[in-house]
Design a protein around this ligand. Structure first.
Ligand code: BGC
Length: 895
């Protein structure tokens, strides 16, 4: 690399080479690498062309930015010619380093615009009314009239000229699997994902150039109800957005001769039922392999007996390109143990609570029925525990074709499970093997965390799994029971932790649109998004998500677009709160007022919670206003914050710092939100500490403050107590579920206890991420990787680990918007070692614990400030040595 910068990982709107981009302008980003220390970018140049050859010839017809003096590598608006629909923009970047030396041009990347105007669409919605299912074996569909057969829709067309490029634009009201010429198109599952379909409909774009062949071709899809018409939420309620699934397909084939042929869903399509008797997100899938329509998606199939489709026109609902990574069926987890329950029933243990479905391999006669059920836990007598699924039947059925060894995976459902029960004819079951298929949003890994405590490692893994399992198109609360909703409270509690585990910039950008879509007319943010049926809203700590998520995305990714996009909605929300509560306490209109949801043995005033969150919103609004140049509003929100903080203190805080209710949450919220003057804050910390001590170093917090527990104690100079809580394994604690074998984060501290067994089946998920929001503290404090809040987007990194005596070492990485950061500390007989890595074009403040004032060395030598070794400044802090460095790898030792 010769010390120069290398430009890597070009992304558009956070995605690699995305198709279907609709934002105007899209935002571009890249990362920089260098094997020299203290490397930075001083300028960049972007070229965008309508053909890659244009770039190679140095003729960028769409945009040549020229050399722009800037250290920015992300959130850079495309500034070229306005792009029409279907335009592929090829682009590359060159950066200039601190010496003014240019990098090589990056590899060429691309993005492609979608169908930007309503007139671009000539397709119509196609559906196929099919008679309902008769009662199916095992009574699996009894009483569930929305479990309807999944139609196969197809049409053939012929291609007589060479194809230059072909794109499939498609979506469903429901979920669909597109097929062309006998193969699945793309690698998505459960497309198009979930939005409020009455407000917006996401479509997918597939590059199918290589799939189109000369002569007869076939395009088709299997269609299932998904979130649109299937069961979602509680109470066995289906058809939230419409009664039957519909398909929209527009296949555009550009020929070498410049002509374009468009094949759309229209009256020429025909449909039939097929092997999927039903496929429903909550209830499961029923696949009768005897009914496979072999060859239906290929040329030469006779569909004359198939029915014509029913058509309806496009309405005013906007069709929008995907904003985030798709849902995919990802890794397979093998069964690690099998137990026989009785003749014909076995249970497999995957060793991991996951979201997805089973992959079944089986051999037997035609018509043999295999039933699969899914559970997160076993009962005391070793049976599948399904009571907590409530009315989600989560049952899959496979009817064998009898053609030899058969392999099956469903495609239109998902379950939350660690155990799979298989039952049926004992001779058939004896041949069956299963594994678990993980299904979720394909966000990329951002962080890794391991340390010398296996308990903490398991906790970190459980947090990651809780996230992966629940980030399926939207942040769901849980993947197993009849719910799976995008609860705003859960998401705001966890969003910062989520960013440490995976790159969720695009995922949350998409979901924020759902949140805005679900805002009530009066300005209140909803309880759940996407909206589903009645619109509950205005619950403290749930509604506030509408402000907290954009603020977090800005902090972590330096994203101000999400602030701008959310600003009108956020302002309306703040205005709503003020209108309803003129005295500065959130007394009125607290909606469903969930309070400190699932706290344990502590009741915090709901009015206090509301007022604290309102004040917090005001402070975040002030900061976001300032970051986006809204100075008058910034001042106004700062004043609002002061007024609310004063009102909070006057109403709930005594002179000795005691806060009404005297619960951990009552102290944590105002401390974290900065509502208390210094003297009261000091006293409040003492009360908080006393509370934790009095409870034997145990927590009582529910959802709304659990994320703040360890950070507040750390900021108050009591990280020792935070570690006491971290290592606590008596109930209630983070490690208690791990003692019970948990592989995900439980919804409740007492989901299962030795004393009482399972909690009430009415609400007892073993896969809810919120209580895992301690994860951010593992990264930010235990490993010590943080962002300087004054400079969002990790341009200025802060590495300040707190090496508690209960840990010998911690090794963590975090791949942020500017590249990879690492922190690895280890205590040895020779002293403390801290190895860090800072990506090119970032600087970092490294806070090295050094209470004895020992000598700090870097890579074996005494630290000296110099441009080439990357050390920018050194100073002695309070019990620490603080070194400011540029990019690169550094190894510090103390002692
Ligand atoms: C969900 C939660 C949610 C809550 C609202 C529950 O049913 O699972 O996680 O935030 O309701 O109180």
């Amino acid at each position: 690399m010769s010390g120069r910068l290398a430009v890597t990982r070009l992304r558009c709107d956070y995605l690699v080479d995305p198709l279907g981009i609709q934002s105007d302008p899209p935002l571009l980003s890249w990362e920089l690498a260098s094997d020299r220390r203290n490397q930075r970018q001083t300028a960049w140049r972007i070229q965008v062309a309508s053909a890659p050859e244009g770039l190679v010839a140095d003729a960028a017809d769409l945009w040549d930015s020229g050399v722009v003096s800037s250290s920015e590598t992300a959130q850079i608006p495309y500034g070229g010619l306005r792009l029409a629909s279907r335009t592929t923009a090829w682009w590359r970047v060159r950066s200039w380093d601190g010496d003014g030396e240019p990098s090589d041009w990056s590899e060429i990347a691309r993005w492609e615009t979608g169908l930007l105007r309503a007139e671009d669409w000539s397709a119509r919605w196609a559906s196929l009314p099919l008679p309902p299912n008769a009662p199916l074996p095992g009574g699996v569909n009894e009483g569930l009239d929305a479990l309807t057969p999944a139609p196969l829709l197809r049409r053939s067309f012929s291609v007589d000229r060479p194809v230059r490029r072909a794109r499939l634009y498609a979506t469903a009201r429901g979920v669909y699997e597109p097929r062309i010429n006998g193969t699945l198109v793309g690698d998505r599952a459960l497309a198009p994902g979930w939005t409020d379909y009455s407000r917006r409909q996401a479509y997918q774009v597939f590059d199918v150039t290589a799939t189109i062949t000369p002569g007869e071709n076939v395009v088709g899809a299997t269609l299932a109800p998904g979130w649109f018409a299937g069961y979602v939420g509680w109470g066995e309620r289906a058809r939230h957005y419409g009664t039957e699934p519909q398909l929209l397909v527009q296949l555009e084939i550009d020929h070498e001769d410049g002509s374009r042929e468009i094949v759309v869903t229209d009256g020429s399509w025909r449909g039939s039922d097929g092997p999927v008797r039903y496929g429903d997100l909550l209830m499961g899938e029923y696949h009768d392999a005897r009914r496979a329509r072999t060859g239906w998606d290929r040329a030469g199939f006779d569909d004359s007996g198939w029915q014509p489709v029913r058509l309806s026109g496009l309405n005013a609902t906007p069709l929008v390109g995907d904003l985030a990574e798709p849902v995919r069926a990802l890794e397979l987890l093998p069964s690690i143990a099998m137990t026989t329950i009785d003749e014909g029933t076995v249970i497999h243990d995957l060793g991991q609570n996951l979201t997805g479905w089973a992959r079944l391999e089986v051999h037997g006669p035609a018509g043999a029925v295999v039933r699969l059920r899914f559970g997160e836990r076993l009962t005391d007598d070793g049976r599948l525990y399904v009571e907590n699924l409530r009315r989600a039947r989560a049952t899959d059925t496979y009817v064998l074709a009898g053609t030899g060894p058969e392999v099956w995976e469903p495609r239109f459902t998902f379950h939350g499970f660690q155990y799979i029960e298989i039952s049926g004819d004992p001779n058939v079951i004896a041949t069956a093997t299963v594994s678990g298929r993980f299904v979720g949003s394909a966000t990329t890994t951002a962080g890794t965390f391991v340390c010398s405590s296996e308990d903490v490692n398991q906790l970190a893994r459980n947090i990651v799994w809780g996230q992966r399992d629940n980030f399926l198109s939207i942040p769901t609360d849980c993947p197993q029971r009849d719910e799976r909703l995008g609860w705003l409270g859960d998401a705001q509690v966890f969003v910062r932790t989520a960013t440490t585990n995976m790159d969720v910039a695009a995922f949350f950008r998409k979901w924020m649109v759902d949140v805005l879509d679900a805002q009530r007319d009066d300005g209140a943010f909803p309880d759940v998004a996407p909206r589903l049926g009645t619109l509950n809203a205005s619950a403290p700590a749930w509604a506030d998500c509408g402000v907290i998520v954009p603020w977090t995305l800005w902090q972590v990714y330096g994203d101000t677009r999400v602030i701008d996009e959310s600003w009108p909605a956020m302002s309306r929300y703040l205005a709503y709160l003020e209108r309803r509560n003129p005295d500065g306490l959130w007394v009125d209109d607290r909606g469903n007022d969930y309070g400190d949801w699932l706290s344990i043995d502590a009741e915090t005033s709901k009015e206090l919670i509301g007022t604290a969150f309102w004040a917090y919103d005001a402070s975040l609004m002030g900061a976001m206003a300032r970051a986006t140049g809204r100075h008058i509003e910034a001042d106004r929100y700062d004043r609002l914050f002061r007024w609310l903080a004063d009102a909070f203190v006057a109403a709930y805080v005594a002179d000795d710092g005691r806060i009404i209710g005297d619960t951990q949450t009552a102290y944590l919220l105002p401390l974290h939100f900065g509502l208390l003057p210094e003297d009261l804050a000091t006293r409040a910390v003492e009360h908080l500490v006393a509370n934790i001590r009095a409870r034997g170093n145990r927590l009582t917090t529910g959802f709304v403050s659990v994320a703040y527990l360890c950070p507040v104690l750390t900021a108050a100079g009591r990280p020792d107590i935070a570690f006491d809580l971290l290592f606590q394994d008596r109930f209630p604690s983070w490690l208690y579920p791990i003692r019970q074998g948990a592989t995900t984060i439980w919804e409740r501290w007492d989901g299962w206890t030795e004393a009482d067994g399972f909690q009430d089946v009415g609400m007892n998920s073993f896969n809810h991420y919120s209580l895992g929001s301690v994860g951010e503290w593992l990264y930010r404090t235990v490993a010590g990787i943080d962002n300087d809040p004054a400079v969002p987007g990790f341009a200025r990194v802060r590495i300040a680990p707190i090496p508690d005596h209960r840990l010998d070492w911690v090794r963590a990485t975090y791949h942020g918007i500017r590249g990879s950061i690492a922190s690895h500390w280890e205590r040895t007989a020779g002293g403390l070692h801290l190895a860090v890595e800072i990506p090119a074009n970032s600087t970092a403040e490294i806070v090295i614990p050094n209470s004895e004032g020992a000598t700090v060395r870097e890579s074996g030598s005494e630290i000296s400030i110099s441009e080439t070794n990357g050390v920018i400044a050194v100073r002695e802090g309070d019990g620490s040595t603080v070194v400011t460095i540029g990019s690169g790898s550094y190894r510090f030792t103390v002692g």
